[in-house]
Design a protein around this ligand. Structure first.
Ligand code: NAD
Length: 266
């Protein structure tokens, strides 16, 4: 699965619908072939329009959307996917994720079962989860034989999620990184800035390259054309092992506890 996903995706969270088609157009022009949206972002229609108008064959673009966590349930999952496909102007998505667990609603497993059936129907090419901890993944594994293709989680140099990445690797789950630049926060870190100077890149490129070398799929977001282009130009240098270790030492939270309370189960 991991080799089939383009290694840097373009995230469109918090891009207003009115600016989304233009941002996605710039991203596709810059060479991105992976777009990450969600039902709750309110911009699927504009993502779909930009992909259609790009003239690229549909199969050249890896497209992800995510189920609205308010709509967990077997039937609602299929209905919501159909609505997404209509807005996205396509007959399938490459990846469909359960966006967040919804504690108290207890419909997560029904949605997960629906995802497996949608896979068999061909409306989704891969299925996954998002914001699950190791405890959550183990909980899911006890109740379903369907292993998620992907877990999309907050991950950046200050929150490296090492334990979770080990679990993913052991179970063949691809790690996607949201907030790969810590929403810009990582860009001011003095160690990362010094390393960026050493490799003659920008801090954003250094961090995104670090993700790629770890095997993560980062999903940086920007609406600025120069930054959109900058964030995908990370394939012409390599961070050496010693510097990878320096970045590993920046992990502020070895247990990855910042995203969400651990161990609560779903
Ligand atoms: P990010 O780390 O990509 O930060 C984006 C911000 O960083 C931008 O708004 C800008 O201020 C800054 N930035 C980006 N490129 C830059 C550059 N080259 N130079 C300087 N500053 C730069 O974080 P994000 O937007 O929170 O996350 C990225 C994507 O991840 C989202 O668009 C979305 O697709 C996904 N996401 C998923 C979830 C989830 O629950 N699954 C949650 C949040 C985000």
């Amino acid at each position: 699965m991991g080799n089939d996903i383009p290694h840097v995706g373009f995230g469109v969270y918090r891009i207003p619908a009115s600016r989304t088609a233009e941002a996605v157009r710039i991203a596709l022009d810059a060479g991105y072939r992976h777009i990450d949206t969600a039902q709750v972002y309110g911009n699927e229609a504009e993502v779909g329009t930009a992909i259609r108008e790009s003239g690229l064959p549909r199969e050249d673009v890896f497209l992800t959307t995510k189920l609205n966590p308010q709509r967990h349930g077997y039937a609602s999952t299929g209905q919501e996917l159909d609505e997404s496909l209509r807005r996205l102007q396509t007959s399938y998505v490459d990846l469909f994720l359960l966006h967040w667990p919804s504690p108290g609603r207890d419909r997560y497993l029904e949605s997960w079962r629906a995802c497996a059936d949608l896979l068999a129907e061909g409306k989704v090419r891969a299925i996954g989860v998002s914001n699950l901890t190791v405890v959550d993944l183990a909980w899911l594994a006890e109740r379903s034989d369907t292993v998620p293709d992907v877990n999309q989680v907050e991950l950046h140099p200050g929150l490296q999620q090492a334990e979770l990445r080990r679990y993913h690797d052991a179970h063949g789950i691809v790690t996607e990184a949201w907030g790969p630049l810590a929403e810009g926060e990582s860009l001011t870190d003095p160690t990362l800035r010094a390393l960026a100077r050493k490799y003659e890149t920008t801090p954003a490129q250094l961090i995104l390259r670090w993700h790629v070398q770890l095997g993560n799929i980062p999903l940086p977001k920007s609406v600025k054309p120069a930054r959109i282009r900058e964030n995908i130009a990370v394939f012409d240098f390599r961070i050496d092992a010693e510097d990878m270790a320096r970045i590993a030492a920046l992990d502020g939270d070895p247990h990855g506890a910042r995203s969400r309370t651990r161990g609560a189960g779903l």
